[in-house]
Design a protein around this ligand. Structure first.
Ligand SMILES: NC(=O)c1ccc[n+]([C@@H]2O[C@H](COP(=O)([O-])OP(=O)(O)OC[C@H]3O[C@@H](n4cnc5c(N)ncnc54)[C@H](OP(=O)(O)O)[C@@H]3O)[C@@H](O)[C@H]2O)c1
Length: 221
């Protein structure tokens, strides 16, 4: 990634680089070490956003790492204060995990990156994060592609003269959430930038009421 950024010729301040602390890192020292390793791999002077990937190691999803997360957050604060991460945040943190950091921090998390797509919107986690002043980022806003096959979503997209991907991305924006669609196909990348439309309130209400829109998609809970 660092090489791609350098080779692109695009000024560094025109690119927003986010990277994450591995979910398995649950101590202060390990967290500083992982950050150094990432920075060496990237060959960059700073990242724009550094996130704790998850409140628990992947193989222990749901386990209570509250005490350790406070230590990890101390390392995140040190990294932030060094200026080598312009912003710091969390990912996959539920309400309790978020409270734990807020009650024990000096610098509050600026972002919570959560799984968010039409039909799966983590309402309590999103509400709490927003009310605590965090920017909510939507990961997998197309449900890793599974949403593209949903008939109801597809009909609403057609009625609005847009694709399902465009509708799903705009849906996040109209809920004040920053969508992070991933695409390697250049046609997809271009399509995902064409968002000069507004989803009418009635369609937003229908989309809000949908559940189980993307069978096959995994959830981190
Ligand atoms: N914090 C976390 O725990 C976590 C977990 C998962 C993901 N994420 C983040 O979220 C980002 C996106 O998530 P994701 O990759 O799971 O899923 P996604 O963005 O919901 O979906 C990606 C899939 O949609 C396809 N796609 C994109 N635009 C399209 C379009 N206009 N038309 C048709 N297909 C389209 C892509 O195909 P092509 O690639 O072929 O274009 C790819 O197969 C990741 O890059 C990652 O940074 C974070």
């Amino acid at each position: 990634m660092g090489k791609a950024i350098r080779d692109s010729g695009i000024p560094r301040d025109q690119i927003f680089v986010t990277t994450k602390l591995p979910a398995k890192s649950k101590s202060y020292d390990d967290s500083l070490k992982f950050f150094e390793e990432t920075m060496q791999n990237l060959g960059l002077d700073y990242v724009d956003l550094y996130l704790i990937h998850a409140p628990w190691p992947w193989e222990e999803m749901g386990a209570d790492y509250s005490k350790e997360n406070v230590e990890v957050w101390r390392a995140m604060e040190k990294i932030y204060q060094s200026g080598r991460a312009k912003a710091i945040g969390i990912s996959n943190f539920n309400v309790q995990d978020q409270k734990n950091i807020l009650e024990n921090c000096k610098v509050e998390p600026m972002v919570n990156q959560l799984q968010y797509y039409i039909g799966y919107t983590e309402p309590q986690n999103v509400k709490f994060a927003k009310e605590s002043g965090m920017l909510v980022e939507a990961f997998s806003p197309l449900a890793t592609g599974y949403l593209l096959n949903n008939d109801t979503v597809s009909d609403i997209a057609k009625q609005n003269g847009v694709t399902v991907a465009q509708l799903a991305i705009q849906y996040c924006i109209q809920h004040d959430i920053l969508p992070l669609p991933k695409a390697v196909n250049p046609a997809h990348i271009n399509e995902n930038k064409e968002l000069d439309f507004v989803i009418p309130d009635t369609d937003m209400e229908t989309l809000d009421s949908l559940v189980d829109t993307a069978p096959g998609e995994d959830h981190n809970e």
